[in-house]
Design a protein around this ligand. Sequence first.
Ligand code: ZN
Length: 321
Amino acid sequence: MTVAQELETKTVLLKNCSVCQADLKNAPLKYYVSDPFQVSAEQFRLVCCSGCKTWILNPRPSRKEMEKFYESDFLFEPNTKKKSALGQLADLIQAFNLCSEVNWVKKHLSGQEKYLDYSAGNGQILQKIMEGKPAITAYATEFSPTYRQYLAQFLPEKQVKSDLKEIDVPLDVISAFGVLEHVEEPYELLEAFHKQLSPKGKLILSVPNPESIQRMLFEKNWYNWIAPRHFNLIPMSSLKKLSARAGFSVVEEKHFFLRTNSGSFALSMFPGLDPLKKIPAWKLLAYAVLFYALIPVELAFAQFGRSAFMGVVLVKDTNKS
Ligand SMILES: [Zn+2]
């Protein structure tokens, strides 16, 4: 069996941390967590690297096996049926909740840039950015063919790609929201972004924060483990070191995202209220109340970098090409 075939079909037990290469045998903390979407009844093991404090899913399911965990995510269908008033309100709120990401990217676009949203999903964030910055040339990469069809509804087909490698122009701004934690080799992805960016280009990232108060409070029940889909949860200090190794410096940090911070608090307490699962209206309402009630709590944690989601803006180091 070739190495490529093994990766495809075999469960991978990492010997070394995918962020700092430390030996994972001596990792002191371990959690056994279950899949919140119950695709599998298995328990997944997370270990905390003693070198860089990144939480690593170890072992990892094979690539083939991982497909089934993502499949259900790609079955998203926009509901075209007439919705109840509560359903319509929920949609409006959900669209509004993207404002942290949308405004953050808009701040870094002056107007004419080539901008890529990496792993753009169904394109909700990208579409809003394009509305605010109509002169940019927008690109999207998306692994899922279903989502690529959505993206092609508002982007020319040649600007919708399945992978970064297929884009052959230098980009000025790349965003990757909630991506790094899903990939096998975060360093390799950062390097690929570095290669694709123009000399003055910017990379905008967001990831869950494993040093958040939420992680400490909820431990193995923290919502953001999303096992086995999240392979690495990297703390800020290690994210900075990893970025530096890939040729980037951090020029901005962000610690509050309306869409994700308080939501993961509510769902860590009450996983049954997840609006991604099909839930009755009263549960949706209960989730909304908690979502808004917990915003000030997460804003307070954000003041000292301990909120549940965090982001950085990276630029290329001038002394490294
Ligand atoms: Zn490590």
